[in-house]
Design a protein around this ligand. Structure first.
Ligand SMILES: [Zn+2]
Length: 481
């Protein structure tokens, strides 16, 4: 098995990846809060988790991947303040004149998320788990924390007492005093709170919330951080190999996940914490005031394919901030289309459609070495282009390597249709004959005839690409999936 190295946020080091059980690597990804469309920052996080999972599988690890949907409990601010985002979704719908329930909102945006994911060829997790279906597990977890002295109740909520958990700031490396500064205002919100950084496990003070459950502490709903701990441990066990999410989750959400989980079990919660950096838009942070929280709909409405956005993400290593501009997306789009075209050309010359075994190919090793280096996808992508351009490779080598690489990149090369799939055998023969006639006309410098033959092919939606191996007929639109 190839050695993979990942940058672990917990240790701030590049570490060799050693799973607890190489027969089943456990992976948890914080999923969407399903009250609105996912934006391009969210989509980067899911694409990153996707390439990570594909890489683990590529080098031979069976992976079990769990992702949650937050359909209750995430408040507007990480500091336990404001309205539940699901209720914001209900309110916004009402403002548009739609009478919908919180459950409708969650269902609708879960469907939208799945549609976005499919459109971007992000593999589905083995388990997509809505928080609302795991409330009994969450209540059990709070009971455990309470029994062990980590939780206490006020009139407003059940809190986790961070002063009882000495390694609370290990992941964020902040000072607890800094956290106290940051959430000072909140002390006013609940005067019974013991420490400003204490966070809510169970909400009691929103009696008009549409989703309430009975609990030993009173009617309420779970806190967002608790949800991920409960679901991760339910499906992946008390210690999981890899947990992913955006860097914005480090100081609060993931810090709190660790505290609750480890306080409850006494065991390490996660071996490797992998965090992707932000997307910036036109070099500024995405913000409400800038109105630049683009969704996949915005991308599609401007005439791009969701796969163009995928390609754009592949162009940056996940730990670096990526700058989104429409111009950059145009660049990604033309690079992707060019790649599909190059693949169609390679495919045209390959008689045998069964790929050869490339396991020991030096270019595959080069490709894999980039992946092993903290998921250097842009490096891996450069090997794709090396394969396309390398004149010494045979057609079947190129074809097989590109299909092999695409298991990680997910650019749907295997779906690029073959020339034969568009035309009957008779039509194919006719087109090939026209190509031969055109070549002959060119040889005889009979340019008028050559042009006329080309036009006849154009009428059949066939564009000729002249290559060193000879002319290749491409069916323009349909080649570009
Ligand atoms: Zn989470």
């Amino acid at each position: 098995m190839a050695v993979l190295r990942f940058y672990n946020t917990l240790t701030r080091k590049l570490e060799k990846f050693v799973p607890l059980n190489p027969e089943k690597v456990t992976l948890y990804t914080c999923g969407p809060t399903v009250y609105d469309y996912a934006h391009i920052g969210n989509l980067r996080a899911y694409t990153f988790a996707d390439t990570l999972k594909r890489t683990l599988r590529y080098v031979g690890y069976p992976v079990y991947h769990v992702m949650n949907t937050t359909d209750v409990g995430q408040l507007e601010s990480d500091a336990d303040l404001g309205e539940d985002k699901i209720m914001i979704g209900v309110r916004r719908a009402a403002e548009r004149g739609e009478q919908v329930t919180a459950w409708d909102i969650a269902r609708l945006y879960t469907e939208k998320f799945i549609a976005d994911r499919t459109a971007m060829n992000i593999l589905p997790p083995d388990k997509l788990t809505p928080a609302t279906e795991h409330v009994p597990q969450m209540i059990e977890l709070i009971k455990t924390l309470e029994a062990k002295g980590f939780a206490y109740k006020t009139s407003q909520a059940v809190y986790f007492d961070v002063s009882k958990f000495p390694t609370y700031t290990e992941l964020s490396r902040q000072k607890l005093e800094q956290l106290r500064e940051g959430v000072r205002e909140e002390v006013v919100v609940d005067s019974e709170k013991r420490n400003p950084a204490d966070f809510r496990l169970w909400q009691l003070d929103q009696p008009n919330h549409a989703m309430l459950w009975d609990s030993p502490w009173g009617k309420g709903f779970p806190g967002w951080h608790l949800e991920c701990s409960a679901m991760a441990m339910t499906y992946l066990g008390e210690t999981i190999d890899i947990h992913t999410g955006g860097v914005d989750h480090i100081p609060v959400h993931h810090t709190n996940e660790i505290a609750q989980s480890e306080a409850a079990t006494g065991k390490k919660f996660v071996s490797y914490w992998l965090h992707n950096e932000f997307i910036r838009v036109d070099n500024v942070k995405m913000s409400k005031s800038k109105n630049n929280f683009y969704s996949l709909n915005d991308v599609v409405q401007r005439g791009y394919s969701p796969m163009d956005l995928r390609y754009l993400y592949l162009e940056a290593q996940y730990r670096f901030p990526q700058n989104f501009t429409w111009q950059a997306l145009t660049g990604a789009s033309s690079a992707r289309k060019n790649l599909l075209e190059q693949f169609a050309i390679v495919q045209y010359f390959v008689a045998e459609k069964e790929p050869m075994d490339v396991a020991e190919h030096p270019l595959r090793k080069k490709f894999a070495s980039f992946l092993a280096d903290d998921l250097n996808i842009p490096g891996a992508l450069s090997i794709v282009w090396e394969v396309v351009k390398e004149a010494s490779l045979t057609g079947i080598e190129k074809y097989s390597l590109l299909l092999d690489f695409d298991k990680v990149l997910g650019l749907k090369l295997a779906e690029v249709p073959t020339f034969g799939s568009f035309f009957s055998l008779e039509e194919q023969q006719g087109i090939r004959q026209l190509l031969i006639d055109r070549e002959n006309a060119k040889k005889n410098k009979d340019w008028a005839v050559a042009d006329e033959l080309r036009d006849r092919l154009t009428q059949q939606s066939v564009r000729i690409v002249d290559t060193p191996e000879g002319p290749v007929p491409l069916v323009e639109e349909k080649t570009m999936v």
